[in-house]
Ligand binder design. Sequence first.
Ligand code: NAD
Length: 260
Amino acid sequence: MLIGKSALVTGSTSGIGLGIARALAAQGCNVMLNGFGEAGAIERTRAVLEAENAVKVRYDGTDLTRPALVAKLVDATVEELGGIDILVNNAGIQHTAPVDDFPAEKWDAILATNLSAAFHSTRHALPHMKRRGWGRIVNTASVHGLVASVHKAAYVAAKHGLVGLTKVVALETAGSGITCNAVGPGWTRTELVEPQIAARAQALGVSVEEAARILLSEKQPSRQYVTVDQLGSVVVFLCSEAAAQITGVTLPVDGGWTAQ
Ligand code: NAD
């Protein structure tokens, strides 16, 4: 479906971003991977994705908290893949603490990674998409772009900001062949969430699996974790022609969390 298109997926060395990269590659899309991790493991992931899907897969480890480098990451995508038709702003980090105890440097890092990076990549990618008259921007927001939870001041502020950015970009590109949407995952078991499960297990004196079940039961009515494959498929849908008139939305993928 996306044969010949080229996508930059930020934060795609693990978790949801890797699930999205896999789903896009499976549709014939060339992919630029980005994120941190062990060089050998990333190269193995890259090579397998490329071989299994007969597409170009490249990797660029740019630190997205550095705005000038984000522009270069977009340029590198265009140079190495021949364009940037799809931009998935997915990289994100978390820190939990009460707001009066929230370290200022964590606030700055979360805002830079989860929100500002999406602004910088979007502004550099849009001219390329406008020239081709086609583009898809998908931002990985969160249920926390729509509702709040305690101890997540920076994360909730950044994700609400990302939902707002998504709407503005959608309005400014409406009718141009470009759409901008967000997905709002609920609990998905990734490296970002495992520390929260471990902390809960320790606080309650229960096993990690029991803590994982308790965390779900508090917020996610389905009592099932979202999977990275499901999120990959949702992003593929938002990149499809069927979704050409869907723009400016944040689609919750949250087992009913935000329906409550
Ligand atoms: P993850 O930790 O597995 O993935 C995060 C990715 O971002 C990794 O590839 C990491 O290397 C990359 N990254 C972090 N900081 C970076 C930086 N400065 N520059 C470049 N790359 C950087 O976690 P995940 O759960 O897959 O998170 C992906 C996105 O999904 C995040 O935006 C997160 O907020 C969002 N999300 C996750 C959940 C969940 O339950 N896991 C729920 C809602 C939203």
